[in-house]
Structures are given as structure tokens and as C-alpha cells.
Write a protein that binds this ligand. Sequence first.
Ligand code: ATP
Length: 235
Amino acid sequence: MLSVRDLHAGYGESSVLQGLNFDLQKGEVVCLLGANGAGKTTTMAVLSGLVDASSGGVNYDGQDLLAMASHQRVEAGLSLSPEGRKVFPNLTVEENLVLGSFNASARAGRAARLEEVYTLFPRLAERRAQSAGLMSGGEQQMLALGRAIMAKPRLLLLDEPSLGLAPMIVQAVFEAIRKIAATEITIFLVEQNTHAALSVASRGYVMSAGRIVHAGSAAELRQSPEVRDAFIGGK
Ligand code: ATP
């Protein structure tokens, strides 16, 4: 579904992604692990079109992803739940969700989709008229996930959904991710919480200094010294 080849990207003079290669197959949940500053968020930013690649290629279902504008990527089924959630605090829960569905491919089925999100996250249904800024961190994370699936994605990019959440809430968020995965949406998950990530992903990549340094099944990565090493200094 997605092939990333020799991808380079950065910010001004500073180069962050230094020849990134990985693949995602349809229906998989794959995680991208690595310490702070490894380039995980930059990878998500390049895939969603927020940061330009300086070289390399990304093939998404036969299309040249890097040649597409951000909104065209959303239209093609790629949806990002960003690091730090980025909900609109002064808008209600429902308004935040509706904002996720302004792409043409999602607009038609908006009402039905909203009900699907509310079924997946009953808490959001209870709070639908509340300002998003008054929700707890865990609820805001549910909202960010809900908003991302309002776009009717085929590939969902999740950037650190566990960030800043208490362990019990992390469990609830990952339970929700498991349910989303069961709807056959392909999920690419960036995480520093290796344990949580490997509880839902079938396989993963380890990133360090802008490159993939290791790849393996979830079972293998749980035992892997590369995973341990990637986190030295990062946690
Ligand atoms: P984290 O888990 O801390 O977010 P990460 O693996 O996601 O780490 P990135 O956020 O991609 O890493 O950052 C990679 C490098 O790029 C870091 O050195 C960071 O300082 C730098 N960087 C990130 N965003 C910017 C930006 N907007 N401008 C300049 N440099 C940036």
C-alpha cells in the first residue's frame, strides 16, 4: 500500500531523514519506534504533506504521494492524528469531529460516520456538546482519533497517541486503536511507548538518526537489543 524509498527531508540546513526505507501492506498495523529526535514526527509530516521531502520517493497505492498536495492525500484516504492531538479547544467535541470530514470523499457519509465514531467512543457521544478544551488528555486523544477517522481513511497515521497519558488511559486508547484496526484501516503508528505499540502492531521498524536501523515482528522486537538501544537517552 505504501513504499517509502531513500527518503530525505529536513528543516532548512538541518537534515533529519537520511535515506528512509519502509513498506506498509494493506490492513496491517505497523509501528515506528525510536528515541526523541530520531525523526518519527518528521516522517509523519512528510507523509501528510506538512514538510517537503528533499529527495526520495513514496508510492501510495500506485500513486506518487510526494507529488500530491496535502488535501489530495486526505482525499486519497490518508489521515493524520497529530502528536499533541491538536484539537480545537473552543469548539465542541462534535464540531471538532465534523472538521475531520470536509474532504469530498467523507462529506457525503458524514452523519453515519459520526454515529460510527460515537459507537467506537461512547464518551465522545456523552460529551458531544462540550468544549474540547475541557476534556481530559485521554478524552482529547479519543477525539483526535475520532476526528482522523471522520476523514474516511484507508491509511491512518497516528503520532504518539500515548503521549502524556496515565498508563490506564494509554490502555483505553490502545483498545480503541485495536477496534479501529479491526475495521481494516491500515495503521502506521509512531510511539515511544514500545510496550503499548507492540501490543497492537503486528510488526515494526526502529528508527535512529533519520534511518531505519532494525525491522521485525512484534514478538521479535519485544526481545530486541536494537529496540533497547534506540531508547538509550530517549527515555
Ligand atoms: P519526538 O518523539 O521527540 O517528537 P521524533 O523522533 O518525532 O522525536 P522529530 O520530531 O521528527 O523526532 O525531530 C527530528 C529532529 O528534527 C530533531 O532534531 C528536531 O529538533 C528537529 N526538528 C523537528 N521539527 C523541527 C522544526 N519545525 N524546525 C527545525 N527542526 C525541527
